[in-house]
Design a binder for this molecule. Structure first.
Ligand code: ARG
Length: 440
């Protein structure tokens, strides 16, 4: 009995070639796996297509919920943006697909696992990084790399030579990959960085000039940095993201043309669309502005960048990514609240934010009194963590405010009679008395 291989199967010509090669050149029994991640064209024909090409079994899995909860929302919570623009919609799916392949390989008793990546580009590196971490015993096969097929043109030629039927295959000049979190569009005909994408190139957003002339307002609620409700209605992840994609897409939000550095350093021009994700990122960052203290926000920024690089580089299954996620687990505990966004012709504005525990203290801004001025004029500004949020209890009892401010994050506090950051009531009570602790 021939040995078995499980192949990541998207239904594209590259993966059809992979089935053919694995069967005829390697004499393997091919089991395919296709992931439903919110592609617009549905998944139904994929299994049939694989079987028609000689696969012995075809698995199709709806991974949308896992994708959002375990991957996309983690990246959102970490504010992970690659090179200042890409929200990682494609890169985030790779570790999930890899882990499903490993699961199916075990279930089906496969010795091999295969992908349709070429010998260039990010995906072969991501895939192989994930495989090494998850299942080092599985042998990875890369048919297109073996065949040295470098482009869609090479694929078509090869398919013709070996007799793979091309009917029903979109031989698009553009490479488009779309899921719930966004679309990645490779502009092959626009290799010239001066070339402009046509109107028909976009798949998730209306052109700004055709977007409604009336803004849309959306309210997004977060719990622990994760979106839970839209316009005051709690929604499950898929519904929330899908609805927001439609609203924000209609208003031309989340379009981006960029030239990014691939893992190898080669520069690649991509067009991205991520209407819902862009709105969520903007709202989440706005909420962090009122819920994270200054130093946490600064460290967060460094780790966000690293998180994005790890996702991009295919380093999901690493102790480092897990450790950084633990950091965000803790940090986002207080990122609760609602942000109101105004969407209009490709632009977003924060029009309101509120939360049960906000560090934003208008009272510190409103007073122009000597005392407040003195605190703010200290070298380096106000010591961190930021003044504790005002609660009824803290306002009534200055001691409880002091206790709150000496959290685990607070710098060592020298013994001092006066609270470092008196709550408003305490400061009022102390009015006229100079807080010498920081002044001398
Ligand atoms: N450059 C992005 C990445 O490496 C997107 C890759 C897929 N792009 C595409 N047009 N199909 O994550």
């Amino acid at each position: 009995m021939a040995a078995k291989v499980v192949l990541a199967f998207s239904g594209g010509l590259d993966t059809l070639i992979a089935i053919h090669w694995l069967r005829t050149v390697r004499n393997l029994r091919v089991v395919t796996f296709s992931a439903h991640l919110g592609q617009p064209d549905g998944m139904a024909p994929l299994g049939e297509r694989a079987i028609a090409l000689g696969a012995s079994a075809a698995h199709v899995g709806d991974l949308r919920d896992t994708f959002l909860q375990e991957y996309a929302f983690r990246a959102l919570r970490a504010d992970a943006v690659y090179e200042g623009g890409y929200l990682l919609s494609s890169a985030l799916t790779r570790p999930l697909i890899a882990s499903e392949l490993v699961r199916i390989a075990e279930e089906e008793g496969c010795e091999f696992v295969a992908h349709g990546c070429r010998g260039v580009g990010n995906d072969q590196i991501r895939f192989e990084n994930c495989m090494r971490a998850l299942a080092p015993d599985l042998t990875v096969l890369a048919p297109l790399r073996e065949l040295k097929l470098q482009s869609t043109k090479d694929d078509v030629e090869y398919a013709r030579t070996v007799g793979i039927p091309l009917t029903g295959i979109r031989r698009e000049v553009l490479s488009i990959e779309q899921n719930l979190w966004g679309a990645s569009i490779r502009l092959d005909p626009f290799l010239d960085p001066w070339g402009e994408a046509g109107r028909e190139t976009h798949v998730m957003t209306t052109p700004p000039e055709e977007a409604p002339d009336k803004p849309a307002h959306v309210e997004i609620e977060f719990k622990k940095g994760i979106p839970v409700a839209l316009d005051r209605k709690e929604l499950p992840p898929i519904k929330l993201v899908d609805t927001l994609n439609k609203i924000a897409g209609r208003h031309a939000i989340g379009r981006l043309e960029m030239i990014e550095n691939r893992i190898s350093g080669v520069k690649s021009r991509e067009l991205y669309e991520a209407p819902g994700a862009a709105a969520l990122y903007a709202a989440h960052a706005a909420l962090e502005e009122i819920t994270l203290d200054k130093v946490s926000a600064r460290v967060r920024e460094i780790l966000s960048r690293e998180y994005a690089r790890m996702v991009y580089d295919g380093l999901w299954f690493t102790p480092l990514r897990e450790s950084v996620d633990s950091f965000f687990d803790r940090l986002q505990r207080d990122v609760n609240g609602t942000v109101r966004l105004k969407l209009y012709r490709g632009g977003m504005q924060i029009s309101g934010r509120r939360g049960p525990r906000t560090l934003y203290r208008p009272d510190l801004l409103a007073h122009c009194g000597e005392e407040v001025f003195e605190l703010a004029a200290l070298p380096g500004g106000l010591p961190t963590p930021a003044p504790p949020p005002v609660t009824t209890e803290a306002a009534d009892n200055p001691d409880s405010a002091t206790a709150d401010s000496s959290s685990a994050l607070a710098p060592p506090t020298p013994p001092a009679p006066a609270p470092a950051h008196p709550a408003p009531a305490a400061r009022t009570a102390a009015h006229g008395r100079r807080d010498r602790r920081h002044g001398e």
